[in-house]
Each structure stands twice: as C-alpha cells, then as structure tokens.
Write a protein that binds this ligand. Structure first.
Ligand code: HEM
Ligand code: ISQ
Length: 145
C-alpha cells in the first residue's frame, strides 16, 4: 500500500513533538531500550561503562539521528515508494556491532517514545505510519549488511 501524504505529515508533526523535548524524550527512549534489553548497554559505545542513562548532548544527538532517519524514510516512501540509505555505512556499523537483525526493542522504544511525545494526539494511524517507515528503513539497513 502506498505511503500517503497524510501518513507523511503525521510522522513529520510528531517528529516535531519529539524534538520539542529532545532531552526528556531521549532519556525515555534509552531507558525503554535498556529496561527491555539490558545487554544493549554494552553495545552502544556512548552508554558502555556508564552508570546508566544520563542526559547529555551526545545521547540526545544519537537519538535525534535515529528518529530523524525514520522521518526521512517516511518522506522517501511518500515521494518514491522506497527507502534508499543516504549513508551506506549504516549497514557496516550494525554488522560491526553484531546487530544481525533489526531488533524489535528499538522499534517498540521508538513507537512508545513518539506516543509519549504527542500525548493525546496519539492514534493507531499515527502508530502505523511510524511502523511502516521504520520497517522500510530497517529493511534498507539490512540490505546494506
Ligand atoms: C549505530 C540508526 C537499528 C544498534 C547506529 C547509527 C545510526 C543508527 C544512525 C550510527 C551511530 C549514531 O550516530 O547514532 C539505526 C536505525 C535503525 C537501527 C535508523 C533502525 C531502523 C538498530 C538496532 C540495533 C542497533 C535494531 C540493535 C540493538 C546499534 C549499535 C550502534 C548503532 C550498537 C553503534 C553505536 C555506537 O556505539 O557507536 N544506528 N539503527 N541499531 N546501532 Fe543502530
Ligand atoms: C542506534 N541504533 C539503534 C538505536 C539507537 C538508539 C539510540 C542511539 C543510537 C541508536
């Protein structure tokens, strides 16, 4: 099914909500991931050896990049029906880290973070738009492995 203008604008506007509280939303995102997958702490160089999730420009920057990529993927899906990686090295980074499959925890963390960010604007339609964009991006990264 084609990715619609409506879906793209749902992703774009909720991405703006995410950015409006980048600090709080990033902490929520990392905390969610580490609660569901404690082993991930050792995978991320910027968390490894740390006491836990602490607010920092570095952590915010990495989170912003991940959400930004999904947002870009939504734009590409709407415009061309497919997702092409701007940064081909993303496949290699994940291989190097031993991530052989897009992990469901990252997707779930992303969706729950957007849900928290948008508050009462949350809807099944909004969720689906993020899921479709995430899945297409994850597939593009996996292809680049
Ligand atoms: C690195 C994005 C899925 C684990 C990265 C980087 C990006 C990225 C942009 C580069 C480092 C940065 O600047 O943050 C994504 C996107 C994903 C995805 C868009 C899905 C659509 C996953 C999954 C895992 C994972 C499922 C599994 C836990 C990692 C790790 C690194 C990394 C361990 C290396 C971080 C470091 O220590 O520098 N990812 N990722 N990623 N990703 Fe992902
Ligand atoms: C990179 N890949 C997947 C998930 C991430 C979460 C936070 C920061 C970077 C990430």
């Amino acid at each position: 099914m084609a990715f619609t203008d409506k879906q793209e604008s749902l992703v774009n506007s909720s991405y703006e909500s995410f950015k409006q509280n980048l600090s709080g939303n990033s902490i929520f995102f990392y905390t969610f991931i580490l609660e569901k997958a404690p082993a991930a702490k050792e995978l991320f160089s910027f968390l490894k050896g740390s006491a836990g999730v602490q607010d920092s420009p570095q952590l915010q920057g990495h989170a912003e990049k991940v959400f930004g990529l999904v947002r870009d993927a939504a734009g590409q899906l709407r415009a061309t029906g497919t997702v092409v990686l701007g940064d081909a090295s993303l496949g290699a980074i994940h291989v190097q880290k031993g991530v052989v499959d897009p992990h469901f925890v990252v997707k779930e963390a992303l969706l729950q973070t957007i849900k928290k960010a948008v508050g009462d604007k949350w809807s099944a339609e909004l969720s689906t738009a993020w899921e479709v964009a995430y899945d297409a991006l994850a597939t593009a990264i996996k292809k680049a492995y």
